[in-house]
Design a protein around this ligand. Sequence first.
Ligand SMILES: Nc1ncnc2c1ncn2[C@@H]1O[C@H](COP(=O)(O)OP(=O)(O)O)[C@@H](O)[C@H]1O
Ligand SMILES: [Mg+2]
Length: 296
Amino acid sequence: MLNIHNLHKSFGDKKVLKGLELSVPKHSVFGFIGKNGAGKTTTIRTIMGLLMADEGEIFVAGEKVVYGNTKTNRHIGYLPDVPEFYSFMTAIEYLRFCGEISSMDSLEIKPRSEKLLKLVGLEDEKHRIKGYSRGMKQRLGIAQALLNRPKLLICDEPTSALDPIGRKEILNILSMVKENTTVLFSTHILSDVERICTNVAFLNDGVISMQGKLSKIKSSYRSEEYVLEIEKYEDTHKLMRTFPKLKASDNNTLRFNQKNYSPFEIIQFMANNDIAFTKIEKLEPTLETLFMEVVK
Ligand SMILES: Nc1ncnc2c1ncn2[C@@H]1O[C@H](COP(=O)(O)OP(=O)(O)O)[C@@H](O)[C@H]1O
Ligand SMILES: [Mg+2]
């Protein structure tokens, strides 16, 4: 759906993007992850043809993006990081306005707007946008972005300024629309990504340091940590005397690294000494640990 090759962008002598390569498959929900100031908004504005790249190429649905020439944007719905509205309008007036300036069929504007307002939970909202919360503005922004039935929906940090409930609402909407459109959103909130994304890319130091299917990335970064839960608290001491590198993490819980002990020798010892355990488990790497590894 979207391909970026060798994208470079500097502001003055500050190099922000240094040869970024990104590939967003059709029908994915793609999490574009990076710290504040990593260059997420710069990348997105370049995709939209709003910023000129110093070097590199971008293709949307196979068509080349040309700076200042918005042809490829007909495939895209865009929610900027700080969406601006005419605050004297109501939601339905705003969508009609957007439909009119983008030359939508006038008969289609009303039913399409009503359907989208329902999708984002604003169908009963009669107030002017002026009184909206941040979450309501983001939801209206998504409705606006979906008006022209885009193949690709791009949202720039749609959840960053929201409370947990507002974030959940936005994530629900994004996962509902994935049936009809590819979704790309930028964020630094890793739990949002774990919740709805099929694919991810980490932007770090001007390049993508890791990208692909979330499930594949997770399984290729096998953890070496085990967690062990012991039935009786006294037994944890017995274990720790024999295996001094075991770490107590909770009352009855111990952790160990495969580098120090094999799980089999520990199980063997527990069997020989009648130590009952309730759980032994290999820890799944979280996106957080992967991100920290990549950033380091
Ligand atoms: N128009 C600009 N002029 C100068 N520097 C800019 C401009 N836009 C962004 N930057 C700088 O580029 C870096 C990346 O910014 P940005 O793309 O907004 O990051 P992100 O969206 O990941 O937080 C930052 O250091 C920012 O200060
Ligand atoms: Mg940004």
